[in-house]
Design a binder for this molecule. Structure first.
Ligand code: FES
Length: 174
């Protein structure tokens, strides 16, 4: 028995469609018509993340329902690839540069201090929902190394001891 043949399929499909956007529902319908719907899963997940910012459990379930795949399989793909985000972004994205120029000037100590102050690892958002910590390869401002970006603001020649005050300045922003 396929998912589409269950008695409540129309309700299940309607609920799944309401969780997503019309263009994603259309993309899922096209994928479902393909011989291998699962081959479209990653591109569909990119669409969902692009539209909603992250992959919530209810949207992963909706994708699974409309693609005719087990939710566990969809969730497995979403958790396997680091570029998929399962939690919402914080108000501020903190990118700590781990490129060569920054690394030789102490970027790993800065990263450690950020992890410690925020209580998160890379890819995670602080408990207050304010900060999402990310690593970056090179932010293109090597002359200012080591560099941390918060949103679109560059913080140059950072030291670990400057991290608490930097975070506090964003906490105080209206
Ligand atoms: S290596 Fe950090 S800005 Fe280039």
């Amino acid at each position: 028995m396929t998912i589409a043949s269950t008695d409540n399929w129309l309700q299940v499909a309607a609920a799944a469609q309401a969780t997503l956007s019309p263009e994603i529902v259309e993309a899922l319908a096209r994928a479902r018509a393909d011989e291998h719907p699962d081959s479209h899963l990653i591109s569909i997940l990119h669409l969902v993340q692009g539209r909603f910012g992250f992959l919530s459990a209810d949207r992963l379930d909706a994708v699974a329902q409309l693609l005719g795949m087990p939710t566990a399989a969809v969730t497995g793909v979403a958790t396997f690839y680091h570029f998929f985000r399962l939690l919402p972004l914080g108000k501020y994205r903190i990118s700590v540069c781990l490129g060569t120029a920054c690394y030789v000037k102490g970027a790993s100590e800065i990263a450690d201090r950020l992890r410690q102050e925020l209580g998160v690892d890379f890819g995670e958002t602080s408990g207050d929902g304010l900060f999402t910590l990310e690593g970056a390869r090179c932010l293109g401002t090597c002359g200012l190394a080591p560099v941390v970006m918060v949103g679109d603001e560059v913080h140059a020649k950072m030291t670990p001891d400057q991290i608490p005050a930097m975070l506090e300045s964003y906490r105080r922003k209206p």
